[in-house]
Design a protein. Structure first.
Lengths: 307, 326, 545
């Protein structure tokens, strides 16, 4: 077990190098970022050339990459075009986004799994149909619209929340944005749990447990749910990273200055230093999340072992 | 695509692919051969394969029939939108912008003054193609790679899993701007390819997790002890049992892929005009939801019905494949 | 009201919610919310793209701050756009090429340093010097010696411009490399602001909290989230701030800022999202501004492409212009926050400044029959299909481009004659323009740097000018502009520029679409809100109740 974890952690190194290289190349392929810095005017050629030198963009890509990696190992993630060190941007954005993601994941776990269990045990009943309809609404109405309507309703009409989140973004202000962010994933978690539960409730071990006379609650939680959670856990594991990096819409609606926004800005402005820095951290998050998921497999299903 | 006449040769091939995928599963399994049954095969009469059993069940399942009919309908209007819409989706008069329903225009007009009903009907082609083909591609690539990784474990698993980690890390916005901005084609295929490229890791993960659990089951161990080949174990015993979460995720993803196409269009790299799609109409109607919700309602409703049909179909197929429900 | 709603939250999570309320900003519930002359205005803001140096800020968000913390030799009157002497005692010239500048005594930077002639000369030399990476460096290009500090290629051979000479504590002379009679009027632009010596001695410290000579000082600046500006009590100028300060809050989406405004959490939003324009009257109860700004939107053509620069192409371009129903688009898509253009300048110049209503004549009036005829005579749309290229990432251009194309298509009775062609990023869009990769018309917008007719014509249509994106070239136009610049009499100069504009019209060098207005909404806590001709709010004049 310990060796397994160590091996997995060592695998981070090639992934780290691969991901940074890939992203670096992708941002580079997008072309010359300098033209975007001069507003609606053409950049004065001399200034443009000077800026290119300043940002090292006049060098070949491989050399830019090596220089960049050299700096990264010294803990220097470079600077954004507005002169702000990328490490500062990350320090400002990641804590906020992590809080938002935690809120969203908690919603997924609590609401998603609860709804999944209920609908899985009562397939075809009104509660199942209602949840299905809600699922359809969540999938077919863009997050932008649900977010906007919730914001108008709670923030302006009823005045129970502030429509925008303050720069500090404490947990209590992130409850509504977290729910909006989680909405689509909630649909996945609910249906995954529902299917798993429906599938496993006729499994032998459940029949045995019932035959033994165990209370229904205990059968559902201890036996049925535990064995049904593997696909759900897998999904949530893959979702952590996408929630962190892909919360662009939610972050915009509630004016949260998080990772999604910084990444989006960095990409549109073709600032490779910002983008590579943020994506690298996100890839590491994926690695850790997936490692945890794999370890959880063994907890949920004792037959699975890692050597 | 609109440069083709409706039902032109280029489009005829698109839609049936989606339905064909479903049919293939069933007919293949129903083919001849001794086919000893699935793990918990029971019942009377001559033993049937899991797949043919499933087909037998499906034909009698009303949910399956209804959802198939809805999907068939969607396919038909994707090929021949003019069957039910006589207008032109590109003929717009700004004077009617955001107007509500009026005679001859049952769904009203959008922000550019185009007829919402006509656009919703014509939008089906691009959206259904993107949704069905991207989902099929993601599901096939993802479940094959994920299934193999989960089944064999070890180095292959490590390699594949780390590859998915890197792919997960690529932001959709960046991938779209890099890979799609060089493409000038106004068809939906670049978008489909792009979604498959970035979408398969999630299904791969799900399939891998599922296979890892299933392969520890007694019936798999039993098959192994009986000397079943790897491919036989995977196809006959593991996949049918591991496919449920893949179907669930894929049917929901179908809806999100249709919306993703709109996101890409919003970034300027999606399906190019003059192609009409639900996604484009949904995203351009979204900011105006306060004033003219009807512009959003109809394309979003069409999307919801499509997703519903596929979710129901997926549910029915999954139930049919589950031996425990028998 | 806001305080009360937060009290509900506080019940749930006491400590955190208290912080939230205090930092929630300018609403009535916040601690800084005392009214009257000390009241704080909270306003929406966007993250400036470049560091906040005067010669390195070329967009409106950074411009807002510079407008509050800097004053230069001239200032454009917020109402009339006229350039008025501010720190300049006098700027005199005999030949339109050599200027004597006298700086007023008694002005200081907010750190107490006296403003002298040197404050200006050093700042301008810094802005022009190539190695300082200032994007506004070309603003100094008319000064003699600019080529030496900012050569087109290679390394600079001097650090200061030879055309600038300090002649006394408060006086300096400027020698231009060519005659430019209206040059003094360009000095209201922020790039010409004076800089304190700390800017040069401790640049990093200055950048983290810029120091200037305007009516406000920066009290705190958290990059990416907010900037707090406070009234500078000892400000020597006549335009003292009428409020206690301004909190600029960064919004990543103006729709959120608007929602915050309607919820009472924000006092001023200076960019109302297009989708909310229909609701603005009912939401804000009339607290809404829609005033002309020095911005014109046009469609430019690639003159380097034969398809668009043939013998009869002027007819084609004019025909396209006549196929665009400007009145309908500005009304429906923009809810009248744009005005159909009838010339290539802007109404904010005023008639004396060179704006001439209707200069474009019937070429800018929607006329389907005539448009069809001209397009046909011009050889038709090249290849039967054209695109209007725009960038998709900023400024929601899709809607008006689609509407414009629909208008052209309806005129031509062809649904696919014109389609919008989005480009993912602004940088990519600009790259394609500068590398001459456009195969058809593309969007162009021009926000004036200074309210002069010269600024609407020379940079855009003069042969090889810096923002002549379509590479339009006309010897006749160039000649008229040269004559106008040499003309010392303002009225005559304006007349010559208008003649040059006639060349632009006859050639239809670019299709003028509409003049853009500035729009803003404000809360009932504040009054006397106005936008200047650059569509920037006049923060100093805002009164808090």
């Amino acid at each position: 077990m310990g060796r397994y974890v160590i091996r997995r952690l060592l695998q981070m190194i090639p992934v780290f190098i691969g991901a940074t290289l890939l992203i670096f190349l992708m941002v580079n392929v997008m072309g010359d970022p300098i033209q975007g810095l001069c507003g609606n005017k053409a950049c004065d050629p001399a200034t443009a050339a000077q800026l290119r030198r300043e940002f090292g963009l006049d060098k070949p890509v491989w050399q830019q990459y090596l220089t960049y990696m050299g700096h990264v190992f010294e803990g220097n993630f470079g600077t954004a075009f507005n002169g702000q060190p990328v490490i500062d941007l990350m320090a400002a954005a990641f804590p906020v986004t992590i809080r938002l993601t935690i809120v969203a994941i908690i919603f997924e776990i609590i609401i998603g799994i609860a709804l999944g269990v209920v609908t899985g045990l009562r397939r075809g009943r009104p509660v199942d149909t209602t949840v299905l309809l809600l699922t359809l609404v969540v999938i077919s109405v863009p997050t932008f619209v649900t977010g906007l309507l919730i914001q108008l309703l709670l923030g302006v009409e009823w005045n129970v929340i502030s429509p925008s989140v303050s720069p500090e973004a404490p947990f209590n202000e992130l409850i509504v944005p977290g729910l909006v962010l989680a909405s689509v994933s909630l649909a996945y978690v609910t249906r995954l749990t529902r299917t798993s539960i429906a599938e496993n409730r006729r499994a032998d071990y459940v029949r045995t447990a019932i035959a033994k006379g165990l209370p229904r609650r205990r059968v559902v939680v201890r036996h049925l749910l535990r064995n049904s959670l593997i696909p759900v856990v897998t999904f949530i594991g893959t979702d952590i990273g996408s929630l962190m990096g892909g919360a662009i819409v939610t972050e915009r609606i509630f004016n949260i200055h998080g990772v999604g926004y910084q990444l989006y800005q960095g990409i549109l402005r073709q600032n490779s230093q910002t983008v590579v820095g943020f994506v690298t951290v996100l890839v590491l998050v994926f690695l850790v999340a997936n490692l945890l998921v794999d370890l959880l497999y063994a907890v949920l299903d004792p037959r699975i072992r890692y050597a | 695509m609109p440069e083709h006449t409706p039902g032109g040769p280029g489009d005829g091939a698109i839609a049936p692919t989606g339905a064909g995928g479903q049919m293939d599963i069933a007919t293949e399994g129903a083919g001849p051969g001794p086919a000893p049954g699935g793990p918990e095969e029971g019942g009377f009469g001559q033993p049937r394969s899991l797949w043919s059993d499933a087909w037998h069940d499906l034909r009698r399942n009303p949910v399956f029939i209804i959802s198939s009919l809805v999907i068939l309908f969607l396919i038909v209007i994707s090929i021949w939108p003019s069957l039910i819409a006589s207008g032109n989706p590109l003929s717009c008069d700004l004077a009617h912008a955001q107007d509500g329903p009026s005679p001859g225009h049952p769904f009203g007009f959008n922000g550019q003054g185009c007829d919402v009903y006509t656009r919703t009907v014509y939008g089906a082609r691009a959206s259904v193609t993107v949704g069905v083909c991207a989902t099929a591609g993601v599901a096939v690539v993802g479940s094959i790679l994920g299934g193999l990784a989960g089944f064999y474990g070890g180095t292959w698993d490590a390699l594949l899993s780390r590859l998915t980690d890197i792919f997960f890390g690529i932001p959709v916005v960046l991938g779209g701007l890099v890979l799609l901005s060089v493409i000038t084609s106004s068809t939906v295929w670049p978008v489909v390819g792009f979604i498959v490229l970035l979408g398969w890791p999630q299904i791969a993960r799900i399939a891998r997790g599922s296979v890892i659990t299933i392969k520890e089951n007694d019936f798999v161990q039993a098959a192994r002890a009986l000397g079943a080949s790897d491919s036989r174990m995977l196809l006959r015993h593991i996949m049918p049992n591991a496919i449920a979460p893949v179907i669930v995720v894929a049917t929901i993803a179908l809806g999100t892929f249709i919306s993703l196409e709109a996101t890409l269009s919003f970034l300027g790299v999606g399906v190019k005009p003059p192609t009409v799609s639900w996604g484009i109409d949904i995203s351009s109607a979204s900011p105006y939801v306060r004033n003219a919700p009807h512009m959003l309602l109809w394309p979003a409703g069409a999307l919801a019905i499509t997703v519903l049909a596929f979710i129901m179909l997926g549910d029915a197929v999954r139930d049919a494949l589950d031996p425990k429900l028998r | 009201m806001r305080g009360a709603t937060h009290a509900k939250w506080a019940a749930g999570a006491v400590a955190v919610a208290l912080t939230a309320t205090a930092c929630g900003g300018g609403g009535g519930g916040s601690s800084s919310g005392s009214g009257g002359a000390n009241g704080i205005v909270s306003a929406s803001w966007g993250d400036p793209q470049n560091p906040l140096e005067p010669a390195n800020t070329n967009e409106v968000q950074g411009g807002k701050v510079l407008d509050m913390i800097f004053r230069g030799l001239k200032r454009y009157n917020p109402k009339t756009a006229k350039a008025e002497n501010w720190l300049a005692q006098s700027i005199t010239t005999k030949d339109s090429q050599n200027f004597n500048v006298t700086v007023k005594k008694g002005w200081t930077f907010s750190n107490g340093e006296k403003i002298t002639a040197k404050s200006f000369v050093d700042a301008w030399n810094y802005g022009a010097y190539l190695k300082n990476n200032q994007v506004n460096a070309p603003f100094f290009q008319y000064i003699d010696g600019y080529d030496a500090v900012h050569p087109t290629t290679g390394q600079p051979s001097a650090k200061t411009m030879s055309g600038l000479k300090v002649t006394g504590p408060q006086t300096f002379t400027v020698r231009l490399s060519q005659k430019f009679s209206m040059w003094p009027d360009t000095l209201g632009y922020a790039a010409f602001s004076p800089l304190p010596s700390v800017f040069f001695t401790d640049h990093a410290k200055w950048l983290s909290k810029p120091i200037g000579d305007g009516p406000y000082t920066i009290s705190s600046y958290t990059k990416g989230s907010q900037m707090k500006l406070r009234k500078w009590k000892n400000y020597p100028g006549p335009d003292k701030a009428k409020n206690g300060g301004v909190d600029l809050k960064v919004y990543t989406d103006n729709n959120t800022a608007y929602t915050d405004l309607t919820a009472g959490n924000l006092d001023l939003v200076d960019d109302i999202p297009a989708s909310q324009l229909k609701n603005v009257k009912s939401d804000l109860n009339g607290r809404y501004l829609n005033t002309p700004a020095g911005i014109i939107q046009t469609i430019a053509f690639p003159f380097y492409n034969k398809n668009w620069n043939g013998k009869n192409s002027a007819k084609l371009r004019t025909g396209l212009s006549m196929a665009i129903n400007r009145a309908q688009i500005t009304k429906t898509i923009f809810e009248n926050t744009r005005t159909p253009a009838t010339d290539w300048t802007s109404p904010v110049l005023g008639t004396a400044g060179g704006y001439q209503h209707g200069l474009c004549g019937k070429a800018c009036v929607y006329n389907p029959a005539e448009a069809r005829k001209l397009i046909k005579e011009g050889g038709g749309i090249p290849g039967g299909r054209m695109t209007i290229t725009y960038n998709a990432d900023t400024g929601s251009h899709k809607e008006w481009v689609d509407a414009t194309c629909n208008s052209i298509n309806n005129v031509l009775h062809n649904n696919k004659a014109c389609v919008g062609a989005p480009v993912g990023t602004f940088a990519d869009f600009r790259s394609r323009i500068t590398q001459h990769k456009m195969s058809g018309p593309f969007r162009a917008g021009w926000q004036m740097d200074y309210p002069l007719i010269q600024d609407f014509l020379q940079p855009l249509y003069y042969t090889n000018a810096s923002s002549n994106d379509g590479k339009f070239s006309s010897p006749k136009f160039d000649k008229l502009v040269n004559q106008a610049n040499a003309e010392t009499d303002r009225t005559k100069a304006v007349k010559l520029f208008q003649q040059a504009e006639g060349v632009v019209r006859d050639q239809m060098a670019a299709i003028p679409l509409w003049y853009q207005n500035g729009s803003a909404g404000y809360s009932d806590r504040v009054s006397n809100v106005e936008l200047n001709p650059f569509s920037v709010p006049v923060y100093g004049d805002i009164k808090v109740k």
